[in-house]
Design a protein around this ligand. Structure first.
Ligand code: A3P
Length: 321
């Protein structure tokens, strides 16, 4: 909103004036910062994060494009990493009373928002058993150097097919969008969508996951939907906390999948009200939770257009939709 833009620092306003600019869906404009289309307040936060964030060896960063399953990934990773402190079947499990975004803060919307420099030393990082967990939409090349150069912190990327992600964004923005679905889709195909282009966002993490598989794990929403248990095991192993034989045989993995499932989270009181994300009601975070809902909204011409673009941009990277 305009009020938000007015709160920016002079330094940020100056930076914005030097960047390519397009009309946006949510804020009046998006700016292209380091190759990606972002809102003004996001850019200010990213710069602050880049300047001040100091990674710890055991940090875990959960990265996504907006609307590709961030809430789900935060819930899954939180449950996996904290299972010794919070047994999954406890009726006091934090996920039963807190929205996942309140358990795993966003770097750009929470910690580094509003020109603040947070004291992150209190986020239980002195305890090797409980690493700090952060969420972000920041593209890989724009992460703080201390994260990119670390050989020990872990980054998990959750990728979702761009058709569903676009439709999910469309519903999320809803009546706040000044564009028709067709106009918004055209912009998306040009890469102009929050943290777009899709292909570059995905490729950044994809390539890094191939180059440094110990540090970057690439998951997809569709795979998780198909077999959450299998991919939860991969996730736990990657995070250095593989499930033990006892855990596997006693159904801990299935219980985590169930606790974090769309149906379960959507039904909790805490996720029906309140605003864990600025300007959005929590219930907006849980819409349909399905693969392929785009068939109800996109024409075959639109699908063909985006498919061709994605094929061309992803090239021979090995990444496909
Ligand atoms: P739909 O709009 O297609 O339903 P994000 O968390 O990144 O904002 O992404 C939101 C999308 O993830 C929405 O997709 C939402 O319904 C879906 N979602 C939220 N929680 C989920 C869960 N636990 N399991 C699967 N999908 C979930």
């Amino acid at each position: 909103t305009r009020a938000e833009e007015e709160q920016l620092t002079e330094e940020c306003k100056q930076l914005l004036s030097s960047l390519p600019k397009e009309r946006g869906w949510r804020t009046s404009h998006l700016y292209q910062y380091q190759g990606f289309w972002c809102q003004p307040a996001e850019i200010q936060a990213i710069v602050s994060f880049q300047n001040h964030f100091q990674a710890y060896d055991n940090d875990i960063i959960l990265a996504t494009m907006p609307k590709s399953g961030t809430t789900w990934l935060k819930a899954l990773a939180f449950a996996v990493v904290n299972r010794d402190h919070f047994p999954v079947d406890s009726d006091k499990h934090p996920l039963l009373t807190s929205n996942p975004h309140d358990l795993v803060p966003f770097l750009e919307y929470k910690l580094y928002a509003n020109n603040q420099i947070p004291d992150l030393s209190k986020l239980s990082a002195d305890d090797q058993d409980r690493p700090r967990l952060f969420g972000t939409h920041i593209p890989f090349p724009s992460l703080a150097n201390s994260v990119k150069k670390s050989n020990s912190c872990r980054v998990v990327y959750l990728c979702r097919n761009p058709f569903d992600t676009f439709i999910s964004s469309w519903h999320f923005i809803g009546s706040m969008s000044p564009f028709t679905l067709e106009e918004a889709f055209e912009m998306c195909c040009r890469g102009v969508i929050g943290f777009g282009p899709f292909w570059d966002h995905m490729l950044g993490y994809w390539k890094e996951s191939l180059a440094r598989p110990e540090n970057v794990l690439f998951l997809t929403y569709e795979d998780l939907k198909e077999d959450a248990v299998f991919h939860l095991k991969r996730l736990a192993k990657f995070l250095g906390r593989p499930f033990s034989f006892e855990e596997e045989t006693s159904g801990v993995v299935e219980k985590i999948a169930k606790l974090c499932s769309f149906e379960n989270l959507k039904g909790l009181e805490v996720n029906k009200k309140g605003k864990s994300i600025k300007n959005f009601e929590n219930d907006k975070l849980f819409r349909k939770g399905e693969v392929g809902d785009w068939v109800n909204y996109l024409s075959s011409l639109m699908v063909e257009k985006m498919s061709t673009i994605m094929e061309e941009k992803l090239g021979d990277s090995g990444l496909k939709f």
